[in-house]
Design a protein around this ligand. Structure first.
Ligand SMILES: [Fe+2]
Length: 169
């Protein structure tokens, strides 16, 4: 019966099409932790974009904007990987903070300290991404592998650029 309650619920909230290839459902909790960390990091970089001051304002204001743009896209890609496994991406701010291992920054550090915090957070994110990528590769998970590998490559690029910028101060 197409008008049964269960079908009506399913029709109003359809599961997305399953990812092609293997799908490692055990990856989902780790993807949700990564999503929570990505959300904390995104908000922190926005804060730095808004509040950076000093002689490097123009450079860092723009770089932080570029960086949170990257993580805006990454957040969406990670959430869709969770969803394609039939699970729910973490979405409330309370749950994000509960799940994340990265910490918010309620302070407004000096510009160079902001960059040091961003580099440290990127290192923590990269460790998590690489751990998940290894598990996804072992499971031959066709959906998660490219998302995680692209993100790891992006993180590596941003880390060396920011380190290079700090070395020139
Ligand atoms: Fe802005």
């Amino acid at each position: 019966m197409s008008d049964s309650p269960s079908r009506a619920v399913a029709a109003s909230d359809p599961d997305p099409a399953p990812a092609s290839g293997n799908v490692d459902a055990e990856l989902t909790p780790g993807l949700n932790v990564l999503l929570a960390n990505a959300a904390v990091f995104y908000q922190k970089v926005r804060h730095y974009h808004w509040n950076v001051t000093g002689p490097h304002f123009f450079t860092l204001h723009d770089k932080f904007e570029e960086l949170y743009g990257v993580w805006n896209d990454a957040i969406d890609a990670i959430a869709e990987q969770v969803r394609s496994r039939g699970d729910r991406p973490v979405h409330t701010l309370a749950d994000v903070l509960d799940l994340a291992s990265l910490e918010e920054d309620p302070s407004t550090p000096a510009a160079d300290e902001m960059v040091e915090v961003v580099i440290a957070d990127l290192a923590a994110l990269d460790a998590q991404v690489q751990n998940l990528a290894e598990r996804a590769e072992e499971a031959d998970d066709a959906g998660a592998v490219p998302v995680l590998e692209d993100l790891s490559e992006q993180i590596r690029e941003d880390r060396w650029m920011l380190r290079a910028w700090l070395n020139d101060l």
